[in-house]
Design a protein. Structure first.
Length: 204
């Protein structure tokens, strides 16, 4: 009985080692088939970069960990949506993490407003301030939508640079991509982003 348990444990460890050396695309094929061990391999491989990005955005480890947990849960549920032709797995994962980190921050801000014990005068914003905040939210919504239209690899480097605060060299290390490639993706992405935002601003 003990020998059988040891053999089963050895078989599991061997499978984990095999999966850890597999490509991301192969692992995602298995994840689509609801393979938990393949998903664990994806998690181990991309969790450090995901947590680093979430920490940059959220500023607090507990919030960052919540964002990463939600991101990987979303990845498991929506794995069929992954398209390797639009970008690699790392870019896709970090895009999901970015979106979840922003959501976590927004929820935290709403919670703080609800529990605030300030006076009525301090809680009621002026009409001008309200309109300004509404305008900023609308701009953020438009920018987020425009980013979603970009190829995943271009969207990812822009998110990492402008939301995560990473340098191009740091992004290259994180993605395992030459700096020149990162620069090229960022340049093309910003050009498309600018064109998209301009086209939305021009009345039909």
């Amino acid at each position: 009985m003990l020998n059988r348990i040891r053999q089963e444990r050895s078989d599991v460890e061997q499978e984990q080692l095999s999966l850890d050396s597999s490509t991301d695309d192969y692992l995602m094929d298995l994840v689509r088939e609801r393979d938990h061990m393949a998903f664990s391999a994806i998690f181990r491989r991309h969790h450090p970069a995901a947590l680093a990005l979430a920490l940059r955005i959220c500023g607090e480890r507990s919030l960052a960990e919540d964002a990463v947990q939600e991101a990987f849960l979303s990845l498991w549920r929506s794995c069929a949506r992954y398209d390797g032709q639009r970008g690699n797995v790392r870019s896709w994962v970090l895009t999901i993490v970015h979106n979840r980190a922003i959501d976590v921050l927004r929820r935290g801000a709403q919670d703080r407003r609800r529990v605030s014990d300030d006076g009525v005068a301090e809680r009621v914003e002026s009409l001008q301030s309200t309109e300004l905040e509404a305008g900023r939210r609308e701009q953020a919504r438009e920018l987020r939508y425009a980013l979603e239209l970009l190829p995943a690899e271009q969207s990812c480097v822009i998110r990492l640079a402008y939301y995560g605060g990473y340098t191009q060299a740091e992004i290259a290390t994180m993605l395992g991509t030459p700096v020149g490639t990162v620069k090229g993706r960022m340049r093309l992405g910003l050009q498309k982003l600018r064109s998209q935002l301009i086209s939305e601003a021009v009345p039909a």
